[in-house]
Ligand binder design. Structure first.
Ligand code: FAD
Length: 316
């Protein structure tokens, strides 16, 4: 079922979460161990991230280095199929522009349609480690709005080979939104303009980057409504549970921690101290978002369920 229909049919805020495929060579059992404890909160859908290739240099001896492409976390599509089969919920694969040309994208979408996937989260992807700026594949999309445009066309039966009448796909498309702006955007308004382009191209729901200050989410929703973005905006939440998170999350995701929270975190000496503060903060955030009518609370689990479960237990 489509995310938009789940939201339309719900009388209250829904719970959902995101997982990441295991590192290559690791089994799927660990993933299930992270999902199982969260199923009691009846997630209608589970998101599965996509991780593109990276380049490493292998020492071949004699001073020679060979550039090798590796995918550390393959398996997004297989995991979606496994989740749908095992838990009877919708799985939402993330699909990115990076590493795909238009035909790769079309073929990936055909596979997903055959699997019975109803929703796609369409993203550009970050630059890979060896690039300072995002570089599209030869013949690939530069921006998520273009990828969304391609999916929308397939939803109308317009494939790349336009000569024939093709069976329309029926994907509900999601896009990413950034309450604190995307790190490359010149300012929040220009980012907002490009977010509107994604909605105009066919995005029917938005999932936000994680944030720790609810006021930023509420402002973001207001700004979206002002520029004519009227699709559901799903807040993304990530519990802070380790000392490392306090520097890693702002650096990696380009987000700020509010001062009240950072003051409390600075007093923490151990991971256990941080976890306590992080979970209390997460519960307050989630309670307020729910009470003010957020359509879904979407948790970034990074495959760890215990903190998310504590927050969800206090709220759902
Ligand atoms: P875009 O919407 O294409 O925007 C990228 C930048 O370009 C923004 O600064 C935007 O303002 C600007 N821009 C857009 N259009 C134009 C234009 N026409 N002209 C000039 N500038 C423009 N990454 C992964 O690799 N795999 C994942 O599974 C994944 N999941 C994610 C899930 C969520 C909910 C979120 C929030 C992010 C996720 N990401 C994932 C990260 C995402 O790929 C990066 O944040 C990426 O840098 C931007 O993706 P986007 O889809 O927002 O890009």
């Amino acid at each position: 079922m489509k995310v938009t229909d789940y939201i339309k049919n719900a009388n209250e805020t829904l719970f959902s979460f995101e997982i990441i495929p295991p590192l290559k060579g690791k089994g799927i059992e660990n993933l299930y161990e992270g999902i199982d404890p969260l199923m009691e909160f009846n997630p209608p859908f589970i998101n599965v991230t996509y991780h593109r290739e990276e380049f490493i240099y292998k020492n071949m001896g004699d001073g020679l280095l060979k550039k090798i492409s590796i995918k550390k976390r393959p398996g997004t599509v297989g995991i979606c199929a496994a989740i749908m089969h095992k838990y009877k919920v919708d799985a939402i694969p993330h699909l990115i522009c990076g590493g795909f040309n238009l035909e790769d994208t079309e073929n990936a979408l055909i596979d997903l349609q055959f699997l019975g996937v109803d929703n796609i989260l369409a993203l550009r992807g970050d630059p890979i480690k060896s690039e300072s700026v995002f570089t599209p594949s030869s013949g690939g999309h530069h921006y998520a709005s273009e990828l969304i445009g391609q999916i929308s066309k397939m939803n109308e039966g317009k494939y790349l080979d336009d000569e024939r009448q093709n069976a329309p796909t029926n994907f509900c498309i999601g896009a990413a939104g950034y309450p604190e702006k995307h790190f490359e955007a010149m300012n929040l308004n220009s980012d907002m303009k490009h977010l509107k382009e994604k909605v105009d191209a066919g995005a029917e729901f938005i999932v936000t980057q994680m944030f720790y200050d609810n006021a930023k989410y509420f402002d973001f929703v207001d700004k979206c409504r002002t520029v004519g973005i009227d699709v559901p905006i799903i807040p993304g939440l990530k519990p802070i549970t380790t000392l490392k998170h306090t520097t890693f999350l702002p650096k990696f995701f380009h987000i700020d921690l509010p001062e009240t929270l950072s003051n409390e975190l600075e007093k923490c000496k151990t991971n256990a101290d941080v976890r306590k503060v992080g979970i209390e903060w997460g519960i307050e955030q989630a309670k307020e978002l729910k009470s003010k009518g957020a359509p879904v609370l979407h948790f970034y689990t990074m495959n760890k369920s215990t903190a998310v479960k504590e927050i969800a237990s206090a709220v759902f």
